[in-house]
Design a protein around this ligand. Structure first.
Ligand SMILES: C[S@@+](CC[C@H](N)C(=O)[O-])C[C@H]1O[C@@H](n2cnc3c(N)ncnc32)[C@H](O)[C@@H]1O
Length: 203
């Protein structure tokens, strides 16, 4: 294992901890068998409500042996299956297997987000819900222009993160029907702070 593989999950865990106060309103909506795409370091695990039966996490990030992640998995009151896998390939799950699909700050980083959303829709049962909190393109034109300017550079230094994606359009384009969408500004520089919190169902 190289230095990058050692540092990356620990650094990501540190940075993503800054979003923790924004997670509960999204995660509390989950129920049943959950697929969490972009599982990361498992920061959502402690927030799932009692109605959650299992969590399956997919993420190309390898976190085996990272103490905090192992601890979160061990503490979860439901089975957790973690798979080092990209979500924008074919997911190894039957159609309609999951009651809920969750993403938190992940659609920005998936190279082919449309393909991932199509897979997420396929494995979600009819009537199941996709719940998310994501950052993306700002509603303010001047900020959005800056996001377009900075995105090519940020993609390189931000480990594949896009700051200008129209999350609502991506989700709806992936065959989901939005049942609620809250757009608001989080902390920090405005180009990173345009947030989308939503719940969607299979259209
Ligand atoms: C900003 S982090 C968020 C992690 C976690 N969801 C959280 O809220 O702390 C983005 C995550 O997306 C994951 N990711 C990148 N490309 C992916 C892909 N193709 N499929 C699934 N996850 C991916 C990254 O490895 C990373 O863990």
């Amino acid at each position: 294992m190289g230095l990058r593989e050692v540092i990356k999950p620990r650094l990501q865990d540190l940075v993503m901890g800054m979003m923790d106060d924004l997670r509960p309103d999204t995660i509390e909506v989950a129920e049943g068998c959950v697929l969490e795409v972009g599982f990361g370091t498992g920061r959502n695990l402690g927030l799932y409500p009692p109605g959650v039966k299992s969590v399956t996490g997919v993420d190309p990030l390898v976190t085996d042996g990272v103490a905090k992640v192992e601890e979160r998995i061990a503490k979860a009151p439901f089975p957790v299956e973690r798979t080092a896998l990209r979500a924008d390939g074919a997911l190894p799950f039957d159609a309609g297997r999951f009651d809920t699909v969750v993403t938190t700050w992940t659609l920005c980083s998936i190279p082919d987000a449309a393909k991932a959303l199509a897979e997420m829709r396929r494995v979600l049962k009819p009537g199941g819900r996709y719940v998310f909190i994501e950052h993306g393109r700002s509603e303010r034109e001047s900020t959005a222009r800056w996001q377009d300017r900075i995105n090519p550079i940020w993609l390189k230094i931000g480990d594949g993160c896009n700051i200008n994606r129209k999350i609502d359009q991506l989700v709806e384009g992936g065959g989901f029907e939005m049942t609620s969408l809250d757009r608001f500004t989080g902390r920090g520089p405005s180009i990173f702070a345009a947030l989308y919190r939503g719940v969607a169902t299979r259209a």
